[in-house]
Design a protein around this ligand. Structure first.
Ligand code: NAD
Length: 317
């Protein structure tokens, strides 16, 4: 049985990882500040059932609060820290860039410092496919240049990766920075496309489509991401950046059509220009994840969307 600290535990990915770890018998100490990007009630619901497990401890805490981190890391021995807490969302980062750097970079810095002070040296960091910016060579490989992030969010994730490397180099931390590609499934963040499109079809409200529908994303189902993350926790040695995607791409227009087919409904689609900060395409080369983690995504987009839909229907009943 292992003991883990998860930051951002009440979020979409954090709450799934939490459930997977406590169900396999590990202990989890989870922290989250219930950031106002989306509702606190949604996040509280995300961890509601996990709170009934005796091997889960939760504390409402901000990763920038060094004194609280110091106390948590002094009073517990963690086999690894899984750092998911962040200001997420590309578009919102253009509205409030300073807070993105404050949380995603300085928050990561305060966590790394308190880990160093307490002799905790294993970290899994949630990075993002957005660091690839508008790179035209696909699929995106970890060896590609990521010097041109096109949003403050992407720049903050790249900056945090750099900090992680420094702590690996200076203090011998074992760190895997996982670049997640557009994760979806039950509890997906409300600002994300699939969540918004299902809402629109189910409520009969119009969809706003940015661009002409030819942008592409590599959508990755939450169960595949959790599998890859747990393999990363179990095998983390040295410093590695690793893509976790599905490795196939879906056109935006095709995604909306598929959701229409699954819900058997039609909606009005209003087209607006591409938003600043949005990338044209994402597509993961996952050969490194296959090799290092035995990662092999199982859920294709049609199956994943159906599961997402079944979850929404069950919530409604
Ligand atoms: N969902 C995706 O498709 C995706 C893609 C790439 C990277 N990521 C990264 O994965 C991680 C999890 O993403 P998610 O989709 O679950 O987002 P999320 O917003 O649902 O979860 C993040 C959690 O972090 C918490 N948080 C924010 N600021 C905090 C702070 N200062 N102190 C403590 N907690 C704080 C939030 O309250 C939230 O519960 C994030 O780091 C995100 O950038 C997600």
């Amino acid at each position: 049985m292992k003991n883990y600290l998860i930051t951002g535990v009440a979020g979409f990915i954090g709450s799934h990882l939490l459930e997977a770890l406590i169900k396999r018998g590990d202990s989890v100490f989870g922290i989250d500040n219930f950031d106002s990007f989306y509702s606190k009630a949604t996040k509280q619901k995300n961890i509601e059932s996990a709170l009934t497990y005796s091997n889960f401890t939760f504390l409402e805490c901000d990763i920038r609060d060094s004194d609280s981190l110091k106390a948590i890391l002094k009073e517990n021995r963690f086999d690894a820290v899984i750092h998911l807490a962040a200001k997420a969302g590309v578009r919102n980062s253009l509205k409030d860039p300073k807070s993105y750097f404050d949380v995603n970079v300085m928050g990561t810095m305060s966590l790394l410092e308190e880990m160093r002070n307490s002799n905790h040296t294993k970290l899994i960091f949630a990075s993002s496919s957005s660091v690839y910016g508008n790179n035209t060579k696909v699929p995106f490989s970890e060896a590609d240049s990521v010097d041109c992030p096109i949003s403050p969010y992407a720049a903050s994730k790249k900056s945090a990766e750099l900090l992680c490397y420094s702590y690996h180099h200076l203090y011998n931390f074992d760190i895997y920075a996982l670049r997640f590609f557009s994760v979806y499934g039950p509890r997906q963040r409300p600002d994300m496309g699939i969540h918004k499109f299902f809402d629109a079809f189910l409520n009969g409200t119009p969809i706003t489509m940015y661009g002409d529908g030819t942008s592409r994303r590599d959508y990755t189902f939450i169960d595949d991401i959790i599998y890859g993350t747990i393999e990363a926790i179990d095998s983390c040695r040295g410093y590695e950046v690793i893509n976790l995607g599905e490795s196939k791409t879906t056109l935006l227009k095709a995604l909306i059509d598929e959701i229409g087919t699954i819900t058997s409904k039609e909606v009005e689609i209003n087209s607006l220009p591409m938003q600043p900060g949005d990338v044209i395409q994402t597509n993961a080369d996952i050969s490194k994840a296959r090799k290092l983690l035995g990662y092999s995504p199982k859920i294709d987009i049609q199956t994943g969307l159906k599961r997402h839909f079944e979850y929404l229907i069950a919530q409604d009943q």
